[in-house]
Structure formats: C-alpha cells, structure tokens
Design a protein around this ligand. Structure first.
Ligand SMILES: [Fe+2]
Length: 459
C-alpha cells in the first residue's frame, strides 16, 4: 500500500477514485523510428482556476511532476516556465498559467513533427474534503504520488476514428481499471509498437482487420493469452490459433446495390460481379486498402491464385469506378453513379441510421457457396505489456455479451460472440451464411493478394 493511501486511511477516508489520476501528459514515448507521421487523436482536458494538477508521463521524470503537484497544493508559486521534464517532451506550458484558471489545451510538437495534445486531469472534487491539507500530508509522506493511481491499461486503438467506446467506460466502471487509449491508423500503430520495442507503454493493440493483427503477431508484437473464457466466447475462425489475437466485432464485406435500379435476384456472388452486365455499373474500393486485400486473400485461400486471378480480371474488365472510401462508394451507389459495389456492412448501417430511406441495401454474397466474407476488429495483448493481467481482463470483458453489445452497437457491427443480439438496423437485413474460413487467411495471403491485384490491373 502506498504511503498516500495510508495517509488517507489515517484520516479515516478511503482513497477517492478521482485521485487515481488517469490522464496526465500520457503521450507515449518519442518515436525513434517510423515510416509515417504519427497523428494521435487529440484528447483535451480543461484546467480550472487554482486547481492542483497532477501530471505524469511514462517517459518522463514523474517525481518532477509529483513535486510540482505538491508545490501547487502548498500554494507555492512555481516560477519555472519550462521544467526539465517538460522540456524533454517539448511541452510549451507553465504551472503559473495552469493556476491562472484559463481553460486551456496544452499542445506540443513531438519529435518527428506531429502535434500532440497533453492529457491533464485536475483534482477539484477533493477540495471539499480538504484536499490541500491532505495533499500536504501526502507530499510529506510520499515522494511517489503516482503510486496512488488505480490500475490501468494502455490501449493502442485503430478504432479511435469510430468515436467514443462506451464499452471502455463500462469496463472502468465495473473493474476500476482506467483505460488510456491512443488512436492511430493500423500501419502507424504497428510501426509504433515495433519502434518502441520493450519500452512500449501499450498493453493492448486493437485493430480493424485480421490482416493487421496477423502481421502484428508475426512480427512478435503480440503475446499468447491462455484464457478459457476468450476461447469459449469467440468462435475459432475469428481468432488466432496461437491465441495471440481475438476478434471482438464482425463486419461483413458484401455486395451493396441501389434498391431503385437493381433487383436482388440479379445478384449472386463476388465472382459474378465480373459478368459483363455490370460493365460501367460497378464501384470498388482501390486494391491498396486492406479491406479488399483481405477479401482477395480469402478468395485465394478458397480458390487458389490460379482461379482467383480471372475473377479479379473480370472485375477490372467491367471498368469499375475506383473510390477509396466505403462511405463514398455507398453514396455513389445512392446517387446512381454506379449500381453495385462492395463495402463493409457498418458503413451502410451508419448511413441508414441517419436516413432510413437511403436507397442502398446489402446483398449477402455467395450464400450458395463459400458464404459472405466477414472480417474482424480484434485485439491482442502486446508482447511487452506492463499491465498484462489487466489487459487480459479487458479482452475478456469485451468478449462478454453485455460489453459486446456496447462495443458493436456504437459502430453498427456484428458481435463476435454469438450470444449477443444484433442491433435492430442489422437485424432488419436478416441472417446470412458467413464465410467461416479462419480469418488468419487475411494475413497469410495478404502479400499474394497484393501481387494478384497488380497482375490483374486492379489499381
Ligand atoms: Fe472501417
């Protein structure tokens, strides 16, 4: 038990959750090697007037930040505009300005040039409890305020662009474990984990395609998890056979059609989109995007390259309109720019949530053959996780039906755990046969899919 906790107990108080500071300049360590700029989503917390502020950063001298909090609690003026700790991270701020009471966001330019926003959390709720007195006791009794923090899990998430994750909040509410989430696209997060090595603050990697997770596992960035609960809740074709990653949501990549121009009985399979009747009527995402690479990869797994290549050549012969956005493909179909296309199911779900009369519907491809291609958004625990037990708890939590519902409904995806009901918008589309090939194929055949697309002239 930390001395801070003991100090609280000596006052007859339990440690308030708000003292378990979760945020605090938690920008991960500087990138030492990267192939792309890292743009983390900004998270900001306003700083109120004369409010003690506790900051800590995993790559900096936390004692310096702790000492600053104690000085603020004692009411001492701290003159330094740029402390050594903050200079280290290039943070342009000062304690005086924090105490001036101007709501603000601290930004700094990380090595490599990307702008980051500093996370800060204040302790205002402790003031009615005599916080300044208490913090003084804490400062006298401990030089390690950070020890008083609650348990935490650091997540690198490629889902950040989907917005808030209500399931994360539910996890913290149930377990008291704080989640610190940093967003980025899958390639950025992969490079970041590789560059950080055993110094990474990340405990969990969440990605949006099985191919990404397969690549991370192959690179040694994910460690196996021995969890009977995860194995029971996640079907075998949606997880790594070595238990290094687990699907948490399912997204179908299927045929979308304009309901005013196409009848469902004109449609059948992915392969049939190469029929000349779809010439100049087909919209496709570019082959450079992993969603289509994964679809092609599973086609190669089913048919072999020799049979898959003519299928792609037939698509190309139909002069498809190439658009590198699933949402814009759906909008193009609705606008009559093309009549059919291939997109992930949740993009249509989102558009229908805004406009129930959006004139596009899904057609479940390959129901008489291999089933509709499904991919996952999933997670694994990093090889160098500092909070491995908490990270496993998070994955187990997210795989349970109650959390699954929160996790998938926020982005209109299908649950990976079959015990979970689907959102009404998705339920209206009916049930369908999934392609139950192990989705690891998306990674195993990714390189072959990229080469095949090149050979077939699919840009
Ligand atoms: Fe997506």
């Amino acid at each position: 038990m930390s001395r801070l906790s003991m100090s609280y107990m000596s006052l007859g108080l339990s440690l308030p959750a708000s003292l378990a500071v979760a945020s605090a300049a938690d920008a991960p360590p500087p990138i030492t090697r990267t192939s792309a700029p890292h743009r983390f989503r900004p998270d900001t917390i306003r700083v109120k007037a004369n409010t003690p502020v506790v900051l800590h950063s995993p790559n900096k001298d936390t004692e310096d930040e702790e000492a600053r909090a104690c000085r603020v609690a004692r009411g001492e003026r701290h003159a330094g505009r740029h402390t050594p700790a903050r200079q280290h991270a290039g943070v342009q701020t000062s304690d005086l300005s924090l105490r001036r009471g101007i709501p603000r966001t601290d930004r700094y330019r990380a090595p490599g040039g990307a702008m980051r926003h500093v996370h800060m959390q204040t302790l205002p709720s402790l003031r009615p409890l005599g916080l300044p007195v208490f913090l003084l006791l804490a400062c006298l009794g401990s030089s390690h305020l950070v020890q008083a923090q609650t348990e935490e899990v650091v997540v690198y998430s490629a889902r950040a662009h989907y917005g808030q994750e209500p399931a994360f909040e539910a996890f913290t509410k149930e377990t008291g474990i704080v989640i610190k989430s940093f967003g980025g696209n899958p390639g950025e997060l992969f490079e970041r984990l590789k560059a950080e090595g055993d110094q990474t603050p990340a405990d969990v990697l969440i990605s949006v395609d099985a191919g990404d997770l397969w690549n991370a596992a192959q690179a040694g960035l994910l460690a196996p998890i021995d969890s009977a609960e995860l194995r029971a809740n996640i079907p075998v074709h949606l997880r790594d056979e070595s238990n290094r990653w687990f699907g948490l949501t399912v997204r179908a990549r299927t045929i979308m059609y304009n309901t005013q121009k196409v009848k469902p009985d004109e449609l059948s399979t992915y392969e049939a989109l190469g029929n000349p009747k779809w010439k100049n009527r087909l919209c496709l995402r570019t082959s450079s995007h992993i969603y289509n690479q994964s679809l092609l990869a599973t086609m190669i797994k089913h048919h072999g390259e020799a049979r898959a290549e003519p299928i792609i050549r037939a698509w190309v012969a139909n002069n498809p309109t190439l658009i590198n956005s699933d949402t814009r493909i759906l909008e193009a179909i609705a606008a009559g720019q093309c009549d059919v296309g291939l997109t992930n199911s949740y993009y249509l779900g989102r558009l229908l949530a805004k406009d129930a009369h959006f004139p596009v519907a899904p057609f479940w491809a390959n129901q008489q053959t291999t089933g509709t291609h499904v991919n996952i958004s999933g997670a694994g625990v990093t090889a160098h996780a500092k909070h491995r037990a908490q990270a496993i708890k998070l994955l187990e939590f997210l795989a349970r039906p109650a959390a699954q519902q929160l996790f998938v409904d926020s982005n209109l995806e299908y649950p990976a755990n079959p015990q979970t009901p689907v959102h009404p918008i998705l339920a209206a589309w009916g049930t369908f046969k999934h392609d139950d090939v192990n989705i690891a194929a998306a990674g195993e055949f990714q390189a072959a899919a990229i080469k095949l697309a090149d050979r077939a002239g699919y840009k």
